[in-house]
Design a protein around this ligand. Structure first.
Ligand SMILES: NC(=O)c1ccc[n+]([C@@H]2O[C@H](COP(=O)([O-])OP(=O)(O)OC[C@H]3O[C@@H](n4cnc5c(N)ncnc54)[C@H](OP(=O)(O)O)[C@@H]3O)[C@@H](O)[C@H]2O)c1
Length: 263
């Protein structure tokens, strides 16, 4: 029945799939690279740190490609894309996972902090989409995965720039799905809860439902296999946050204050 048809073409067989993971030097991206490579994917690994990419590549096997780049530079994306097409012929999936987090509160905003977060988390993802969509549209195939966050669902304390950057990605992914779906291109939105990675290790508060990067990567792989538009995890946390979106603002604000203890 059409109603139950997955929104995206499920990705189940990783053998020979050409997967470009941006933000693959540590954390969720590195774990995802290891898991899909173990299932037979050819992986290209991008981030700024060549050294840490080398460590991920060593765990992915000999075929892993190291392609250092900075997501804030569109020219870097174009260079890596062209290098991968020259090597592989095509790219099947690009995972736009690079991100940064500063725990800014409303009274801590600085021009530099605002720009770094928005340029990495939002412009950096848009640059990636801009680099691959001409190829994918010409071919009428391909898949794009955008790593957002549950922090994009609604306003949170300590998230004055990060939250809006991820909220924009939700809207962006929805827009992409509408534009690209009819052209044969899959668009996945990945919305993790708290994951233990270098990004969160400086958090001083207790992170509810914290999972490991390996668990996060396994949830993403399982989500790809189901072909869902949004892959969110862990469900025990993300389902509560999704439900909170429907609450009246007064109740939402009171609940978030209570749950986070933030004043
Ligand atoms: N951990 C969580 O609890 C959590 C929750 C929700 C969403 N997320 C999202 O998940 C994604 C991965 O985060 P993570 O937790 O795995 O953190 P992480 O270990 O810090 O990974 C971030 C990745 O992004 C890369 N990166 C950062 N800035 C870049 C730039 N300008 N150009 C190229 N690469 C850049 C980093 O590599 P280099 O520093 O080498 O460039 C690294 O590979 C992020 O988008 C994050 O917002 C994480």
């Amino acid at each position: 029945m059409v109603f139950f048809k997955p929104l995206n073409k499920p990705l189940r067989d990783w053998r020979g799939q050409r997967v470009w993971i941006v933000g693959a030097s540590t954390g969720i991206g590195a774990a995802l690279a290891r898991q899909v490579a173990a299932q037979g994917a050819l992986v290209a690994l991008s981030a700024r740190s060549r050294e840490r990419l080398g460590e991920t590549a060593a765990a992915c096997g000999e075929a892993a490609l190291i392609e250092p780049m900075d997501v804030t530079r569109a020219a870097d994306y174009a260079r890596v894309r062209d290098s991968l097409v020259a090597r592989w012929g095509e790219i099947d999936l690009v995972v736009l996972n690079a991100g940064t987090y500063g725990a800014e509160r409303a009274w801590e905003l600085t021009d530099a902090g605002i720009r770094t977060t928005l340029e990495t988390n939002l412009v950096g993802v848009m640059n990636g989409v801009g680099a691959v969509t001409p190829l994918f549209c010409e071919r009428g195939a391909g898949a794009i995965a955008i790593v957002g966050s549950v922090a994009g669902y609604g306003g949170l304390p300590r998230s004055a720039v990060y939250g809006p950057s991820k909220a924009a990605l939700i809207n962006f992914a929805e827009s992409l799905y509408l534009d690209l779906g009819p052209r044969g291109i899959s668009v996945f939105l990945v919305s993790p809860g708290f994951v233990a990675t270098p990004l969160t290790e400086r958090n001083k508060f207790r992170m509810p439902a914290l999972i490991s990067a390996e668990q996060a990567a396994a949830a993403i792989v399982a989500g790809f296999a189901r072909g869902k538009f949004e892959i969110h995890f862990p469900k025990r946390f993300t389902c509560v946050l999704r439900a909170m979106r429907w609450l009246p603002r007064r109740t939402y604000f009171a609940l978030v204050r209570r749950l986070t203890g933030a004043q």
